[in-house]
Design a protein. Structure first.
Lengths: 345, 346
């Protein structure tokens, strides 16, 4: 065998060895890959084995009340964020994935979520939480509704985008949280009857704390009973009723309708006439027009949280009222101080 | 046609009279959409001109029983006063293993744009390929559809659906026999990039026999949407980029006809009630490998409320298969809805 052939033979051996090694390495690599993929799937399957009740709510307020009643037996998720307009939530398919695994679904109802809940619930292909299923809860059951329109349904939309069953922002009265808690409790017991005692005790504790807080909040607001304010959107009748303030008008001329220059002028005129200096607004509305009005009347725009998480620092249902009432009281005090300083001069 | 009209009047009368009695709660959700438009074109093209009442769309929607819901969309199209069943289907909601099925006449999931009824799209005209490959109103067919979500450890939204349809009324398949079914497979994927950004993409394929000799027609499609919508100010600002493409391979005697279409649509919402958009649109014809047309459009939309939309669309069109080769069009469209306005698809 000459040198050329020998080297070519050696090269062939080397090449074959390398190929063999490469094949072995590839085989090892593939084994490693499949092994790890298998482990990932096993873990994923094990992790998906549920030990808690999966609760999905439309709003974070319902999520927080569900957490109070369900305690450690539930894991909770809210579709809408507290700083998002709950009327206009996009029915994203990623929410469908959450609902597909849910054991309990809780919604505000009264058509608040009419633009998005149906798409999500039907897309989830989860019989348990469909309307009429054991895992479906409409939290409004039993709530005394305000502003139920008493007009011919064919003329309803002349009043803007109003809700045919009544104003749906009922969670903004803490007394209604007791009814919401009861509805959630009934739903939880339906799907986990063995834990009835646990849920009942949690509900008792929640309502007991709520009673204490309501007494505290009522006392805080007592000096400001009957004070007039303006709201941007008609989200606050339950809050107004509970805490004795008076919403004398809205920046929106009709529900959901943008204000015309004429309406802005008439709002400014009535605020001046009645000495109203405060405009309340939720964080998801543009503050441009309310700030213009406030400037004209020497007033202030106060951002209130319509829901838990609506503003930084509001992480549970009790924080919601602590925050909103503190904001309102600070604004009332500021104008009272200005007034007394003015009269002192 | 007269009989059709009497049927609609009868159904509405029954509904209204029931509505006034104890059956009100049993009425389905009824919605009526009016689609009014005005259009002018720079040259003598074979398109409608002047004022048009393009259609009145009447919808009836209701949960049927604990297992299903039913949806009907009926269009009355002037001036012929033709009554067309746009969609009429039952959706089975409680099948085992999380399957969902749809049976009837419906808009199948070939791409994304096709799923929206023409008066409710952000455009005054449909993208060219929907008209050229399927029909004036896009793709709607009679048959069955089965869909399911694909479970995965990453909790991603992956949905497949398979449809078996009659396709003889569609432009791409009009030579096939009624017994030659159309098979459609669609895969939809959705990702939340972050709270404010999302991406959706889908793949579609459709096949059937083109004629009695057993030749096949295959369509392939891809769709993509990127959306930006800030959660906190989503009612004031948003941006959408949407693109879809279709590839057609039609076997005829001794050759294949390959054709292609696609569009790119951009839309920016710059205030609560105003949207500006642009569309680039290109399409061949399923029956010719050489004929193509393309358009470029600018669209301005105004929403006085969520129950009416006013659109102005300026459009330059070019095509190589008929005269005039190039023309400019202006569309003014006003759509309005009364009655039920149900949940929006995302």
């Amino acid at each position: 065998m000459d040198l050329y052939h020998r080297s070519s033979w050696c090269a062939q051996i080397l090449e074959e060895t390398n190929v063999h090694k490469t094949n072995q390495n590839m085989e090892k690599g593939m084994n490693f890959f499949w092994h790890h993929l298998f482990v990932v799937f096993v873990f994923a399957t094990l992790l998906s084995g549920k030990s808690t009740i999966e609760v999905v709510t439309t709003l974070p307020d319902l999520r927080e009340i569900a957490k109070e009643i369900g305690g450690e037996k539930v894991s909770v998720f809210s579709i809408a964020k507290g700083y998002q307009d709950p009327h206009y939530v996009d029915a994203k398919p990623s929410y469908i994935i959450k609902l597909r695994k849910a054991d309990l679904f809780i919604q505000v109802g009264l058509d608040l979520e009419v633009g998005w809940v149906q798409t999500l619930l039907e897309g989830a292909r989860n019989k348990k939480i469909l309307w009429g299923g054991d895992g479906y809860v409409n939290a409004s059951k039993g709530v005394t509704l305000l502003q139920v329109p008493n007009i011919d349904p064919t003329k309803l939309r002349a009043e803007g985008d109003i809700h045919i069953y009544g104003n749906p922002h009922y969670w903004l009265d803490p007394e209604n949280a007791k009814i919401i808690a009861e509805n959630i409790y009934i739903g939880l017991v339906r799907i986990a009857p063995d834990d009835e005692g646990y849920f009942q005790e949690n509900k008792r504790q929640f309502i007991s704390r709520l009673d204490q807080e309501i007494s505290k909040w009522t006392l805080m607001m007592e000096p400001y009973g009957g004070r007039k304010i303006i709201a941007f959107h008609n989200s606050w009748p339950y809050f107004e009723n509970r805490f004795g303030i008076q919403i004398a008008g809205f920046v929106e001329p009709k529900v959901g309708i943008s204000p015309s220059p004429k309406h802005i002028k008439s709002t400014i005129d009535s605020m001046k006439r009645e000495n109203i200096r405060i405009i309340i607004i939720s964080p998801y509305y543009s503050k441009k027009i309310p700030e213009r009005i406030a400037k004209e009347v020497g007033g202030v725009v106060v951002e209130l949280a319509p829901s838990v998480e609506g503003m930084i620092g509001i992480s549970n249902y009790f924080d919601l009222f602590d925050y909103n009432l503190r904001q309102l009281i600070d604004a009332f005090k500021k104008f009272d101080d200005e007034k007394s300083a003015g009269s002192g001069d | 046609m007269l009989i059709h009209r009497y049927i609609i009047i009868f159904v509405l009368t029954i509904n209204i009279s029931w509505g006034q009695t104890t059956f009100q709660g049993m009425n389905p959700n009824i919605g009526v959409i009016g689609d009014f438009s005005y259009q002018i074109h720079s040259n003598d093209v074979d398109l409608d001109r002047g004022f048009q009442f393009s259609e009145v769309e009447i919808s009836f929607r209701m949960v049927l029983d604990p297992y299903a819901r039913a949806d009907f969309f009926i269009a009355v199209v002037p001036p012929e006063e033709a009554v067309e069943l746009e969609e009429g289907f039952i959706t089975l909601l409680s099948l085992p293993y999380s399957f969902q099925a749809r049976v009837g006449h419906f808009r199948p999931s070939f791409g994304k744009f096709n799923l929206t009824h023409p008066p409710e799209t952000p455009l005054a005209t449909l993208p060219l390929f929907l008209g050229n490959f399927f029909g004036e109103e896009g793709l709607a067919a009679t048959g069955v559809s089965l869909s399911a979500l694909i479970p995965n450890p990453w909790d991603l939204y992956i949905e497949w659906n398979i449809d078996i349809l009659n396709g003889e009324e569609l432009a791409s398949f009009k030579d096939n026999a009624p017994e030659d079914f159309l098979y459609l497979l669609h895969l939809k994927n959705f990702f939340d990039v972050s709270e404010n950004h999302s991406i959706e993409f889908g793949l579609s394929t459709m096949m059937t026999k083109s004629d009695a000799s057993g030749h096949e027609t295959r369509l392939y499609g891809a769709d993509f949407i990127y959306r930006w919508k800030p959660l906190i100010f989503g009612r004031y600002r948003s941006f959408t980029l949407q693109s879809e493409t279709i590839i057609s391979r039609k076997e005829v005697e001794n050759q294949n006809i390959n054709s292609f279409g696609w569009f790119l649509f951009l839309q920016y919402q710059f205030s609560k009630r105003w949207f500006a958009g642009s569309l680039y649109d290109y399409s061949g014809l399923p029956t010719s490998g050489d004929d193509v047309e393309r358009r470029i459009s600018a669209i301005l939309s105004f929403w006085p409320s969520e129950f009416q939309t006013i659109k102005l669309q300026l459009q330059k069109s070019e095509r190589n298969f008929s005269t005039p080769r190039s023309f400019i069009s202006v569309y003014f469209q006003w759509t309005f809805i009364i009655g039920a306005h149900g949940a929006h698809k995302f």
